[in-house]
Design a protein around this ligand. Structure first.
Ligand code: 0O2
Length: 221
């Protein structure tokens, strides 16, 4: 590439990446609106935290090479669905599916794919609900339909995934079988903890509702 071509490619790439940043901003706002209204209506905040990330150009480039896709912006747009990524950490298992339904029901969002690694965990124990969504971004001269990956998980799933990622990141040799089994055991323990907390949450909710009905009937007498 000569200097002029390089500069025009850089401008094109920056503009390309901007659309993903705008889509992330839009999605973050959508999630915050759901969070705020949900908390007001149900007196319970379903979200612990939200993390947005844009894949770096280097990491996009590596993925294109790894998967043998053609190296052009239009091929990247078609094939790489996780340039924009949002990770939502929820309090309880049921919050994951409630939130996922609420997002999937929004009329400007198109659902391209749902990967439920909670109902069907990966062999290593990884759990999360992944949604590949597309939403419109209104630019100065056009509308772009932008893809993104939304990962929804509980605190326990996030704890496991973050540490597993770190363990592999620091260790680039083959992982011995007994360690793989221990990691899988740890994922099973995290899942059991999630089920236990969900049960407690559900029972306390029922107690609260029963108390509210009792208080109401006493007030009427
Ligand atoms: P990062 O750093 O989080 O961006 P592909 O996207 O093609 O590589 P696939 O099967 O299409 O793979 O996507 P999949 O399985 O939905 O997983 C994509 C993302 O999920 C990963 O992104 C991770 O964030 C997360 N993930 C999937 N499997 C695991 C796992 O076993 N352990 C952990 N810790 N995370 C996992 P990236 O781009 O690999 O990484």
């Amino acid at each position: 590439l000569d200097l002029k071509n390089l500069q025009s490619f850089k401008m094109e790439l920056t503009r390309f990446m901007m659309t993903y940043k705008f889509a992330l901003d839009e999605m973050e706002t959508k999630i915050k609106i759901l969070q705020e209204e949900f908390e007001y209506v149900h007196e319970h905040n379903p979200i612990e935290h939200i993390k947005c990330r844009l894949k770096s150009p280097e990491s996009i480039f590596h993925k294109v090479l790894r998967k043998n896709y053609p190296l052009s912006l239009s091929s990247i747009k078609t094939h790489i669905k996780d340039i924009a990524g949002i990770r939502i950490t929820c309090s309880f298992l049921s919050d994951i599916y409630t939130l996922s339904e609420m997002l999937q029901n929004q009329s400007d969002i198109r659902v391209l794919e749902v990967k439920d690694y909670i109902k069907h965990p990966k062999a290593n124990g990884y759990q999360s609900l992944h949604l590949i969504l597309e939403l419109p971004v209104f630019m100065t001269d056009r509308t772009e339909h932008v893809c993104m990956e939304v990962q929804i998980r509980t605190i326990a799933m996030d704890f496991w995934a973050s540490l597993e990622h770190k363990i592999y990141y620091k260790y680039d040799a083959e992982v011995p079988d007994h360690l793989l089994r221990e990691l899988k055991d740890a994922a099973d323990s995290a899942a059991a903890l999630d089920r236990k907390m969900e049960g407690i949450h559900h029972e306390i909710d029922n107690l609260k509702k029963r108390k509210e009905i009792q208080d109401e009937s006493q007030f009427k007498q």
